[in-house]
Write a protein that binds this ligand. Structure first.
Ligand SMILES: [Zn+2]
Length: 245
């Protein structure tokens, strides 16, 4: 999950066989297309279409996917509507919004206010639901580098052979077990999903590749407990880990 630093709305001309040269207000997140036809979005919904149809102007007609809007404390996160499409993904073609095609995104409350000033009827983030436990695990999967948790819509499973070390004194195998426990027992774990300052968190870094050329931070320690983290370096979105060690 990454923070967006800049939003813009631009009139972008799209080629269509029926409406040649028609232009659409497109919301760009760090210069990448997030929503086409952004003034037609029904922000009262917690799942919204990422594109209006360039032929008829109806959101979603023509095969764009829905984006999920969820809150974390008073911030907003945006990700593909995982549950809705997991069974039909291979039977139709999708045009994922480019801004979330590789990684989910995070908007601060301040940025949501900025979007309202730009004329979007986006709600206060607190009006959107919390992500479900299933969604949290899918976000972790979507954002994991090198398909470390396999590729959505496959079930989430850890490719532990790609992980070589952990930034902790205890063995890597123990930490992989904790992560596996969280994934397998997600429905039995208390949902805990809040924004915390980086200074309050201790990152548990997994080193990937040979010889350790990359890092992945799926877990953090907060008040001596372990949580799943969806966004390293800046926030922890965590699921309370109840297993006794
Ligand atoms: Zn259409």
């Amino acid at each position: 999950m990454r923070k967006i630093t800049k939003f813009q709305i631009e009139l972008i001309e799209l080629n269509s066989s029926t409406i040649l040269g028609a232009s659409y207000h497109t919301l760009l997140a760090d210069d990448v297309q997030l929503i086409i036809g952004v003034y037609d979005v029904d922000w009262e919904q917690s799942d919204v279409y990422s594109e209006i149809c360039i032929c008829c102007g109806i959101p979603g007609c023509g095969g764009s996917e829905q984006l999920s809007l969820r809150r974390v404390s008073d911030n907003l996160i945006i990700f593909p509507c995982f549950e809705k499409y997991k069974n039909t993904f291979f039977s139709r073609s999708f045009t994922w919004s480019k801004a979330i095609a590789n990684e989910t995104i995070f908007l601060s409350k301040k940025q949501c206010i900025e979007l309202r000033r730009m004329g979007l009827k986006i709600l206060n983030p607190c009006k959107y639901p919390l992500p479900s436990k299933k969604e949290l695990i899918r976000i972790l999967q979507w954002d994991a580098p090198y398909n470390l948790l396999d590729k959505w819509p496959n079930p989430v499973s850890i490719c532990s052979e790609k992980i070589y070390a952990v930034s902790e004194k205890t063995a890597l195998s123990e930490w992989l077990e904790i992560l596996k426990y969280c994934i397998i027992n997600i429905e039995n774990i208390n949902l805990f999903c809040e924004y915390k300052k980086l200074e309050e968190l201790e990152e548990i870094v997994f080193y990937i590749g040979e010889p350790y050329w990359d890092e992945w931070i799926p877990l953090v320690r907060y008040s001596n407990k372990i949580y799943i983290s969806l966004m390293e370096n800046t926030i922890g979105i965590r699921i309370k880990e109840t297993k006794k060690k």
